[in-house]
Design a protein around this ligand. Structure first.
Ligand SMILES: *Cc1c(COP(=O)(O)O)cnc(C)c1O
Length: 484
């Protein structure tokens, strides 16, 4: 076949095998790379020409280009020492599923446009729901991230406040437009703020509720805010509660919040983007207790179930409300099966969608539920190990309790005044990250600069934990001017 059509099948085989070899070696030798890219802004782009190649270049060359130009600019999320943000690591089955998905290149907007994708998504979402122990009345759909999932939760909440017909009138279509209220804790993810901005409610509609000493939403304050808002003629519409806040993985009191939601007819969206994955381990389900009372829940398997980014699962007990809130139909999208099938486009802002359920299927199939449970169970164990090793040096303290597998801590060595501790801990973190052996990130909790070590990487093991704690001890001593 000529060049201006597609690669020939011989070429595809040749480079395909080569690419698979390249990936296998990469993952095999990933510890040879630094966890955090050790470069400055601009260093990657400066290696590339300013204009695109006019003539074909040998595909073969791309492998070398990746090694030379791309790799130095990579922060390696699959590195065992990657403990920053919320780690997302990817396993082989999901990587291969992505490969296949690109080859099929379906668009799953309608059942008819890809029956297999629509139905496999239904099957795998039902599996996933069972895996995390949620009741049968939860229905799931895949979005591209938790930000999108949470926005869809708020769209459904808006629809539930239906008597205002916001879908048609919008916020400005009223004399004395009422103000709708959304509540979340101070540590809720800023995707809630973004959704509120995007949907036009405005940030003034969002009240951030204070937290107790363990960074959990303060329910008394929530109740008082709702009562005050109602007295002022505002309309409480949605509460976003978090299971596993991004800052410190704290857990809001879901059952108490659910009770308020039921009493006040407010939509409860639970953001369990990271933490929700752990419910696959039965003995950890006390951490997610009460989430079955939610109207909608988001869990990101890309964060803690080794499926390649992007995959976020949105589960709701009120699928029809979501559908009323977002579905539209166009003549060219009508099909004979509309009465009997679910068209994914009716439940999402996104029209076109790729075959994401393949990676869910491949991953569950490859490991089995038990295999996945064991990996996540081990992360809990490794986190305990990290905590105990770290705290055996009295110069370290936890800033927040260890709930899932994220250790939130700071150094508080003798001789450094409280007012200098934030700067000191930032230096400590930077020094550790500069080694390239591990990568941790930070938050500020209670005014304290807090280092977060997230133990949820597929390749993280006991040795990684020992290396990490040793690094913290060594760099601490160096900063204090002690001999290592
Ligand atoms: C990561 C995270 C998000 C955002 O997830 P995206 O998939 O990147 O949009 C939202 N909420 C929580 C609690 C998170 O940890």
């Amino acid at each position: 076949m000529e060049k201006y059509v597609d690669m020939s099948s011989q070429e595809f085989r040749k480079y395909g095998y080569k690419m698979v070899d390249w990936i296998a070696s990469y993952l095999e030798n990933i510890e040879d790379y630094p966890a955090l890219a050790q470069i400055n802004p601009g260093e990657v782009k400066n290696k590339f020409p300013l204009t695109p190649p006019q003539n074909p270049q040998p595909f073969e060359e791309l492998f070398g280009e990746i090694d030379k130009k791309v790799m130095p600019g990579m922060t390696h999320w699959n590195h065992p020492g990657f403990m920053a943000y919320f780690n997302s690591s990817s396993a082989g089955p999901g990587i291969l599923a992505e490969f296949l998905s690109a080859a099929f290149n379906i668009n799953g907007m309608l059942w008819k446009s890809s029956p297999a994708s629509t139905e496999l998504e239904e099957v795998t979402m039902n599996w996933f729901r069972q895996m995390v122990g949620l009741p049968e009345d939860f229905w799931g759909i895949i979005y591209d991230g938790a930000s999108a999932s949470t926005m869809h939760g708020i769209i459904a909440a808006r629809e539930q406040a239906n008597k205002f017909n916001l879908r048609h009138k919008g916020l400005g279509g009223w004399d004395n437009s009422p103000r709708f209220k959304i509540y979340a804790s101070e540590f809720a993810h800023n995707s809630v703020d973004k959704a509120v901005i995007t949907l036009g409610f405005g940030l003034e509609s969002l009240t951030k509720i204070g937290m107790d000493e363990q960074f959990r939403m303060n329910v008394e304050e929530l109740k008082a805010c709702i009562a005050k808002d109602k007295a002022e003629g505002k309309i409480p519409m949605c509460i976003v509660a978090t299971i596993g806040t991004t800052s410190v993985t704290s857990i809001d009191p879901i059952e108490e919040i659910a009770e308020i939601c039921q009493k006040e007819n407010i939509w409860l969206h639970v953001d369990a983007a990271h933490g929700g994955n752990s419910a696959v381990v039965p003995e950890k389900r006390h951490l997610t207790k009460g989430w079955e009372l939610a109207d909608s829940i988001v869990i990101n398997p890309q964060k803690w179930m080794f499926m390649p980014i992007d995959i976020s699962i949105f589960l709701t007990r009120k699928r029809d409300v979501l559908r009323r809130g977002i579905s539209l139909s166009a003549e060219y999208l009508k099909t004979d099966q509309d009465e009997e099938v679910k068209n994914q486009m009716d439940y999402s802002l996104q029209l076109g969608r790729k075959f994401r359920s393949l990676k869910v299927w491949f991953t569950i199939h490859y490991y089995g539920v038990e295999g996945i449970q064991n990996i996540i169970r081990n992360h809990f164990k490794l986190a305990e190990e990290f905590k105990n090793l770290l705290l055996s040096n009295k110069s370290f303290e936890l800033v927040a309790p260890l709930t899932f597998s994220t250790i939130c801590f700071r150094a508080k060595p003798d001789g450094i005044e409280e007012k200098n501790l934030n700067e000191f801990n930032k230096k400590l973190m930077d020094a550790v990250n500069k080694t390239g052996k591990i990568f941790v990130s930070h938050t500020v909790a209670d005014g304290k600069f807090t280092i977060r070590a997230v133990i949820s990487g597929l390749r993280t093991n006991s040795d990684t934990i020992k290396t990490a704690v040793e690094l913290f001890n060594n760099k601490l001593n160096e900063l204090l001017g002690k001999k290592v």
